[in-house]
Each structure stands twice: as C-alpha cells, then as structure tokens.
Design a binder for this molecule. Structure first.
Ligand code: ADP
Length: 379
C-alpha cells in the first residue's frame, strides 16, 4: 500500500505554481487524503492563475495515478491557504493539517451572525434518509408559525434545496455589491450552492474548500432578520461535517433517521459528533417511519417501527416525531412543493408542524449558542 509520502515523492516530478520549485517543495500542496486506493489532494494557488496552472494540476494528477497501487487520483486547485502553521514556502509533507484526531474535542469558535437569532443544523448519519426533505418542511413549518425563516443548503455534495423549493435561477448581488440575495419560496429565504454551479457540472470538493464555501454562504448572504436559519448539512459524520459543526454558530441540531437499525447506528454517530462540539441536540425525527398505502390509505409498519423513539429515550434526547413513508411526500417534494403547504391537511403536514413547534419551543427556551444542552422532555 502507498502512503502520503509516496504521493509527495511523486509530486517532486511536477513543477509548482512558481514555475521552478517542485510541487512537493512549494508549500502549495494541501490536504492529501487517501481513501482505499484513491488519492485526493488540493493545490493552493492564486485564483487568478487557475487557467494557467491547469496543466500543472493535470500533471500532478497523472504523477499520483502512476504510483503503484493507486486506483484513482483527484487533484483540485483551491484558493484557500493551508491552515497548518507550516513556514511559508516550506514543505508540507506529512499529515493533512485539518484532520481531527479521534480524541480531540475541538472547541467551537464560530461568531454569531448579525440578524440571525438561531441557527440549527439538520443532519443525518448517512444519505438518503430524508434529511433534506425534513429540513425543507421543517423550515416551511416554522415559517407557517409566523417566524422569519431561512434555509442554507450546506449539503454541498448533493444540494437539493433548489429542487425541494422549486427554485431556479441565480441569486442577485445585493446593492452593496458584496452580499448575495437569497431566493425566496414558500415564504422561506433559500441559499444553495446549487444556485451557483451549473446543473451538470461535476462538483468536487475537498474538506477545506467545503468549509470555506459554507462560511461564505453563511456570512456573505443578505439574510436580513431571521428567527431561524435551518442549515441542511451534508450527510455523514466525517471531518467535513465536524468542521462545519464547529464553524457554524449552531443553537442546536436535529437528527433525521429512518427506523432501521443501521440508520440508527449512523444517527448515534451524528449525535455523538454534535455532542463533541457542544452543540445541543434538539431531537430526532424518524422519517419513513411507517408506510401509508397510496391506494387504500392503510398503514403498514414495514421497518421495526418506533426504533428512533426508543433510541432517543435511551440517549436522553427528545424524540421530535415520525413522518410516514408516503408517495405524496416524494411526489410533492420532487415538484418543489413542500407538503406542509401543498397538503396542509395531511398527517405528514401535521407531523412536521408538531416538530416545528417543539423545535421552536426548545430554541425559545434558550438552547442557543454554545451553552450546554438543556434537558427538554416532550410528553
Ligand atoms: P437525504 O437528504 O437524506 O439524502 P432526501 O430528503 O433527499 O434525503 O430524500 C431522499 C429521497 O426520499 C427523495 O426522493 C425524497 O423525496 C424521498 N423521501 C424523503 N422522505 C420521504 C418520505 N417520508 N416519504 C416518501 N419519500 C420520501
């Protein structure tokens, strides 16, 4: 098996951004990571030189691919500086500077965002559990309660808020020329990386880039006054998610899980991650909890139903509610119509409304900032 040192050695053959120093010595290589037989690396450059340095990027990628045992390589150019305290221009061989050791308990360092009262994360231990659908409907439900709400789609690997809110088009730059205006749908202000990239463009992000993109979306959007900003997190509990949880001044996190055991194990990891960075857990939503037949309206408990409720009790976190697996949730969501508004009398809409009520109650009872989580018990 190959190592990061082998990668750096391969990069000795490629000339760095200054046209003379080998890339490995240039100090520009940041965040090498190896997953299975794949290598990811970023080269920090002056963004004005991106086009000119594309051949360097391609050569670096080819050099890494030529290492014995490497099955694939992805090298990206990034404008972000490395975060390690490495001497400028010095070699950056060695571990990636932004990894978090398992034992580390990083403190949260995020500043509040003026005008936004509470920022909450909607997260899941894995993809496909309905995290984004839940985030969207939770936001709309909070809006229906008369609150001023925004959604920040931080699911940078698969932004789905444009679809869920039926929004297309590019955000405008606000009068000050610096901030982007969020788009508005269903009474909610929405910002998504999906608005800013071409539909079919492959989106490739490295950890540090994801975090800087998120920070930008958070702080350089003209959100105005908001009672709640709902952040749709990328699924999973890796370094990227952990760094995001640290970098966003979160008042709390909502964890979405399906009832299957596996998803619950993932949900537990999600809870552990937020606890590690001292973000209060506002509760768990059990999505796809039971099946509602589109033909007869009958209910079937396909999965071991109520798993999330039991798990929440066991972990001492609030259980926020259960959402059925229902055809009309998927159909309406795909049409950009959140069911809270499009099917206001459905069981799903009332479940989302009840969840929003609990979330707001927890927030207004003071589960904000970096304070320890209050124990909120819902009957
Ligand atoms: P995630 O954000 O966790 O990846 P999504 O919210 O994108 O998941 O949902 C994945 C798919 O499942 C979407 O097609 C969505 O419409 C569908 N879906 C989510 N929740 C439900 C539900 N309760 N009933 C039916 N379909 C759902």
């Amino acid at each position: 098996m190959f190592t990061k040192e082998d990668v750096m050695r391969a990069l000795e053959q490629v000339t760095g951004p200054d046209g003379k120093t080998p890339l490995s010595q240039s100090g520009a290589v940041s965040g090498i990571s190896i997953r299975d037989d794949k290598v990811f690396a970023a080269i920090v450059i002056d963004p004005r030189q991106a086009a000119q340095l594309e051949p360097m990027r391609a050569k670096a990628e080819a050099a890494i691919k030529a290492i014995k045992g490497v099955g694939g390589a992805l090298v990206t150019l990034t404008a972000e500086g490395p975060r390690a305290a490495a001497p400028a221009g010095g070699p950056t061989a060695g571990p990636a500077p932004h990894t978090h050791g398992a034992a580390a308990a990083p403190a949260r360092s995020a500043n509040p965002i003026p005008g936004i009262r509470h920022i909450i994360a909607v997260a899941s231990g894995k993809g496909g559990v309905g995290k984004s659908t839940s985030a969207c409907n939770l936001a709309v439900a909070l809006g229906k309660m008369g609150l001023k709400v925004g959604v920040l789609d931080a699911d940078i690997f698969g932004p789905s808020m444009p679809r869920l809110f039926g929004l297309r088009g590019k955000p405008e730059v606000a009068a000050d020329g610096r901030m982007l205006r969020p788009l508005v749908s269903s009474g909610v202000k929405v910002m998504s990386i999906g608005f800013l990239i071409e539909d079919d463009a492959p989106v490739v992000w490295r950890g540090p880039m994801v975090v800087s993109a998120l920070t930008q979306l958070l702080r350089e959007v003209a959100w105005g006054e908001l009672d709640v900003l709902v952040v749709d997190m990328p699924p999973g509990t890796g370094d990227t998610q952990l760094t995001m949880a640290q970098n966003v001044p979160l008042a709390g996190a909502v964890i979405v899980s399906t009832p299957q055991d596996l998803a619950l194990i993932d949900a537990r990891r999600g809870i552990a991650m937020f606890r590690r960075v001292q973000v209060p857990i506002l509760g768990i939503i059990e999505n796809m909890s039971y099946f509602i037949c589109p033909h007869c309206g009958g209910r079937s408990d396909i999965f071991a139903h109520a798993g999330a409720r039991h798990e929440a009790e066991r972990l001492g976190v609030p259980f926020l509610g259960e959402i059925p697996l229902a055809m009309d949730i998927r159909e309406n969501s795909d049409d950009g119509k959140p069911v809270v508004l499009s099917l206001p009398d459905s069981a799903h809409a009332s479940a989302y409304m009840a969840i929003a009520g609990q979330v707001w109650a927890a927030l207004s009872q003071g589960a904000t900032g970096a304070k320890p989580a209050p124990t909120i018990r819902m009957g």
